[in-house]
Design a protein around this ligand. Sequence first.
Ligand code: SF4
Length: 442
Amino acid sequence: MTFFFETYGCQMNTAESAALQLVLKERGWTEAPSGETADLVLLNTCSVRATAETRVMGRLDLYRALKKQKPFTLIVAGCMAQRMGESLRERNPAVDYVMGTASRSVFPQILAAAEQGRAFVPSDEAPVFSFSSSHLEDGQFRSFVPIMHGCNNFCSYCIVPYVRGREISRSPESIVREIRLLAERGVREITLLGQNVNSYKWDGEGPSLEFPDLLELVAEECGKLPIRWIRFLSSHPKDLSSRAIRVMADNPLFCRHLHLCVQHGSNAILGAMNRRYTREKYLDLVAEVREAMPGISLSTDILVGFPGETEEDLELTLDLMERVKFLYSYMYHYNPREGTAACDLPGRIPEEIKRQRLGRVIELQKGHTLELLKERIGSRETVLIEGISRKNADELIARTERDEMVAVPGSLSQVGSFAELTLSSLRGNTFRAKELALCPGD
Ligand code: SF4
């Protein structure tokens, strides 16, 4: 039997789709080239923006039309499923199952029913969230490892705490078990994943752990395995502790890159966003990180056009970008999200102004990216070779620990290895290197 997935939204959804696909593959299912020919279609959805939800509703209408021509199982999973529940099925009767983020544990039962050509009727019991594990196919060398789920922060623009629920941390034992399994399958780099990893807290069975303790534990484990690089995502500035920075700095397995979402450079807007830090605190944190790990690259998220944002507020954001010089940023403009605190705030910014402001932020970031990349030409770097270039079959694509991409001549057999090379030139935002030397033991 065959399946087809459409995945929307963040890395958490990417990781969860991979986990669900692994369950399918372990049962003998194969991937179909499109939804038209699949026996099962799953839409893993995102609720962060209204446009993402509208797009999914449009896709569901298409699948509804397709269902009139042939039978298949249609599942809506992820945040939209969690937020809208059974009302999705009422709006579109072609949907067979609505599988929220808390109820993925029913997936094997849905599959068993689909394999036998019958319907699965979920029980009325409230679902219990469980982390999926070992979400990896052979031939992949980087993997996400979810360590927590949900968020307690309630940033005023964000729907995530309402759809993913409160924070749940995964047991250290289950995290370590998964890391060992990933290493056995050939993984060389892991990214610990959560909406706000810094507030990881385990106080279940065994010793209690906070995020820095988990980092130490994971680093110790990876030190015994062929996993050589560790990253984590996303970090909330109010929760990144000095101890976590020290643990990172003291262990070379932690990549010298940090994604530290700032969102805005004005204290008035940060307050209205309920971010619970100031620009001064953020800049101090950046200084602390850079002092502990000189040369580390930083990236961020920036949200402009928030209600009440003045020209001066925008200038403060541009000024903060100048001071920090992020390697890259995810930049977007505010759109009201029903059900969030900011939705009812006065002072909405007209679309045209939001677009102009976003354009200014993007232009500045482009300049910084180029400037920072140019400074790196000539450096000798260790990279993880991730695959063959899509544009040139004789070229490999690799990544530095600072999260920069490099194209270098090489062959398929070198994919998945660590290598050393010199960044010799730049095309777009990708470095070129003339040759590579595999690291000892790779
Ligand atoms: S930290 Fe804020 S922006 Fe991030 S998921 Fe939580 S509420 Fe949303």
